[in-house]
Ligand binder design. Structure first.
Ligand SMILES: NC(=O)c1ccc[n+]([C@@H]2O[C@H](COP(=O)([O-])OP(=O)(O)OC[C@H]3O[C@@H](n4cnc5c(N)ncnc54)[C@H](OP(=O)(O)O)[C@@H]3O)[C@@H](O)[C@H]2O)c1
Length: 258
């Protein structure tokens, strides 16, 4: 029987990382979660127990060359789900992959919009510039890769756009609410990522998740939510100029991770 590719997930205890680890193990891949040694939060302790019971191997280490190299030598595929502020830390992973020479596929972190196809506001542009730098490094190092453009994480954005757990009567609507976004459920993104990491068709390519039925505006979302909970919400419209101002005063890093 063909041996399943072994996978390590960096950032696998995080928001999307958890789904990636679960997808990897459920698809039958020997799976390693690479995690920092000092994380003894109760929520993580339970997560680690759950992962171990599923058959996940925990490897503790820092983002340091020798330690990264050690774990990379043990696997075939590297998936990185580190958060946005650590985008450039991936240079260490890239260096270790180069030295190890055994990796069949690297999936860099990002899981967002296609950097070459959008024209965002300046704070987000800076993040996209870093993502571009990372992709160039991967390509110039000749590392086999797949970049996953997941668009919007559905649960994450629905939570932000509707605040469904807060029993609010009013919803903030961004712009006129008609702009469309692609909302993809986190578990689907994770499954797709692991499958793409094993698929020869996605070698050295970008994969954009854009199912037509997942394209929706905030107004349409609100309408669905109103039908679901038999309630009509008042709306506060946040004008475009306000959005631009908000983007200058809010840290993108703070607003995206929780
Ligand atoms: N498209 C979207 O809608 C969307 C939404 C959210 C996120 N994302 C993307 O998803 C990717 C992952 O983001 P996330 O929010 O899932 O990440 P996260 O949960 O904030 O962090 C992932 C993991 O990274 C590790 N980590 C955090 N800080 C660290 C540090 N200083 N040094 C070393 N390790 C550290 C932690 O693992 P340990 O504690 O186990 O070491 C953490 O669990 C990012 O590329 C982000 O842009 C996309």
């Amino acid at each position: 029987m063909e041996r399943k590719n072994r996978i390590v997930v960096f950032g696998g205890s995080g928001y999307i990382g958890k789904h990636l680890v679960k997808a990897s193990i459920s698809l039958g891949h020997p799976t390693i979660l690479y995690t920092r040694p000092s994380q003894t939060l109760p929520s993580k302790t339970q997560l680690y127990k759950d992962f171990i019971s599923m058959g996940v191997t925990l490897v503790q280490g820092e983002l340091e060359h020798e330690q990264i190299l050690g774990v990379i030598k043990e696997v075939d595929i590297v998936i990185c789900a580190l958060p946005l502020p650590l985008l450039m830390e991936q240079l260490k992973i890239i260096e270790a992959i180069k030295v190890a020479g055994n990796i069949k596929r690297f999936i860099p972190t990002g899981f967002g919009a296609e950097e070459d196809r959008i024209n965002p506001l300046p704070p987000f542009q800076a993040v996209l510039d870093e993502k571009r730098k990372i992709r160039k490094k991967i390509e110039s190092a000749g590392i086999p890769y797949t970049a996953i453009y997941a668009n919007c994480f559905a649960a994450y954005f629905i939570n932000y756009l509707l605040h469904p757990h807060q029993n609010l009567n009013n919803i903030n609507v961004y712009g006129n609410g008609e702009a469309k976004a692609v909302l993809n459920y986190e578990e689907d993104i994770a499954m797709l990522t692991v499958k793409a990491a094993n698929d020869p068709r996605t070698l050295n390519r970008v994969l954009t998740c854009r199912p037509p039925k997942n394209i929706i505006s905030q107004n349409e979302l609100i309408s669905f939510w109103e039908q679901k909970c038999s309630q009509t919400f008042t709306k506060t419209f946040i004008a475009e100029e306000q959005l631009v101002n908000l983007s200058q005063s809010n840290s993108i890093y703070l607003s995206i991770s929780f």
